[in-house]
Design a protein around this ligand. Sequence first.
Ligand code: HEM
Length: 275
Amino acid sequence: MKKLLISALITAMSALAISPASAHQPVVLLDTDTTAEKGPLLVDGTISFAIRASFTKSGQKKAFRAALKEGDQLDVQYLIVDKKPENSLKNTLLPQLVITSPTGKKTTIKFTERTKFYEPWGRTNYLYLARISTPAEAGIYSFVATSRAKSAITIAVGEKEVTGEVLRGPAPTPTPAVSAKPSPAATASPTPEVTTASAYTMAKVQENNSATSCWSVINGKVYDLTKWINSHPGGSSAIKGLCGIDGTSSFTAQHRGQGSPASTLAGYLLGPLTS
Ligand code: HEM
């Protein structure tokens, strides 16, 4: 009986295992995410995220980072949507994914499979091309995808089904680097106080007030919603109406307490609003 129960449990669990990618929080890589440092940081790399990288031609790079701790497992899956052009591209024309560990160990993902996978949440047919699961080193892993043709991929990271945090801008440095000799450039032209990618002021948001560059503030964080305008199930005008302004009240009036809009939003995060 006990054995039966256990096997029923395993069956139920493996049925559930079909859905991890379904709940993976989407993170869309921006055209400016050309290096791991410029790309988003998954604060806890064990939490499930689906990183989307799309390329218009060969030779483009998109990158992100994920932080892991001692004892964590690094889980990464390389997926493509089972549709053209990706599914008809030869493996050698699909974007190359290189993962660099905190100690600098580089792994180029090898495509070892082409397993169909239906993701019910987004009603999308995917193909798994590679899956890795290995004990993690403590620190920040970087992931760099380089295109070899027009294509789009999804890199699923982590397994834990809880809401995770995504940061943009430079990683916080615990101890400020003290440079013995300030570089002449640094002394000659004093850098304005706010120069980093994390400087998202209201003035900057107001500049990005169109459908071609649409930033909005929601609950004190700045989002680049440009790519979401034409994908929003509630229509493009609802999103266009948020460009360049604080969209908190519109967003919460419509979507308060809904997981799916909140997790979609997380994928477009630029960083916290700075005053
Ligand atoms: C950044 C802001 C927003 C994001 C990320 C977002 C995201 C989403 C998502 C993911 C859905 C699908 C929900 C589901 O799973 O059923 C959705 C549906 C919808 N959204 Fe938004 N939304 C945003 C802003 C707004 C605003 C401001 C409005 C209205 C003024 C709005 C109106 C709607 C409506 C009416 C639907 C339902 C469409 C349908 O089921 O046919 N959304 N939104």
